[in-house]
Design a protein around this ligand. Sequence first.
Ligand SMILES: NC(=O)c1ccc[n+]([C@@H]2O[C@H](COP(=O)([O-])OP(=O)(O)OC[C@H]3O[C@@H](n4cnc5c(N)ncnc54)[C@H](OP(=O)(O)O)[C@@H]3O)[C@@H](O)[C@H]2O)c1
Ligand SMILES: [Zn+2]
Ligand SMILES: [Zn+2]
Length: 334
Amino acid sequence: MPTITAWGNTEAGAALSRHMLTIAEPGPDELLLEVLYCGLCHSDLGHIDEARSATDPPVVAGHEIVGRVVALGQGVDPARLGQLCGLGFIAGTCRHCRYCLSGRQTLCANFESTILGRPGGFASHVKAHQDWVLPLPDGLDPAAAGPLLCAGVTVFEPLLGGAISPTAHVAVIGVGGLGHLALQLARAWGCEVTGITTSANKRDEILSLGAHQVQLLGELDQQQGAYDLIINTSNHALDWDAVVGALAPDGCLHQLGLCPTPIPLRVFPFVKGNLSFRASLTSTPANSIKLLEFCARHQIQPLVEVLPMDQINTAIARLRRGDVRYRFVLQGPA
Ligand SMILES: NC(=O)c1ccc[n+]([C@@H]2O[C@H](COP(=O)([O-])OP(=O)(O)OC[C@H]3O[C@@H](n4cnc5c(N)ncnc54)[C@H](OP(=O)(O)O)[C@@H]3O)[C@@H](O)[C@H]2O)c1
Ligand SMILES: [Zn+2]
Ligand SMILES: [Zn+2]
């Protein structure tokens, strides 16, 4: 059994420390990646805070991985050995339920997450099913590409899945790891783009990320009927009447931030305006491949601050207080 080095915690909120762990050899259709880089997503914080007991195996987060294939399970094409690849939040699905068969694998009841119940990417190595380990196209910087595999594909889903027209006006609430990619993608998609922020000091950066306009979140009630699509990456309770009021007829509020409190929405504006509310979890391998190609073609890349893996506690502390422009990437070796 391979021994790996991994950064994890066993009690909620505790600092991460280095652990030696053993994992099973790659099974049929699985690959082992040597982790070169791994982004730090806001969802990792929730996972780290779920650690419960010193007697449990450490929680090892990290699901925006760029790595090299170093071992293959049975049935994997030998040509994949040595490939430079990316891996996101999902590491495998059943492949034979109705959702897998129709290419909607994120809905598979038996999906395996890269970080739930197993060590994720803040480690020397990570294991995943070959369908979810995607070759990086030429033209993407491996040090910056990791966040495309979670943040990037998550915000691409509203454009792709919502079949958003290039004539649409798209607004993005929250310009963090997800939001700064949503702005770039929506601009390259051809849309009119507005960045909606709580941080007035991000204004110039938001414009340079592709937004045509910047709007302060607290002044959203002045934007009645403005947007065809609002991609909400914030996980905070908002003035939901103002958010819904800012949708144009036929508009959609696409919720991506994991807001822990219920979202109270009045029905009448939805009925009157033919509005919709959508939400989604990451996206499929097919959409991830499209995203990687789209980003390579349009020179879209995450703005990252790269730190060595042993500075992961600094990155976590700074992400918790919003002190990041716009994504931390931890560089191996762990
Ligand atoms: N659905 C999915 O599949 C999926 C995938 C990945 C992540 N997520 C979730 O998406 C959310 C965002 O993740 P992230 O990695 O982008 O986080 P992040 O980098 O921390 O960005 C979150 C942004 O929220 C905004 N914000 C901060 N305080 C706020 C407040 N009081 N009110 C409103 N907005 C505020 C900030 O943008 P401004 O400074 O511009 O206001 C901040 O940059 C998290 O809940 C994460 O768990 C979901
Ligand atoms: Zn994530
Ligand atoms: Zn399935």
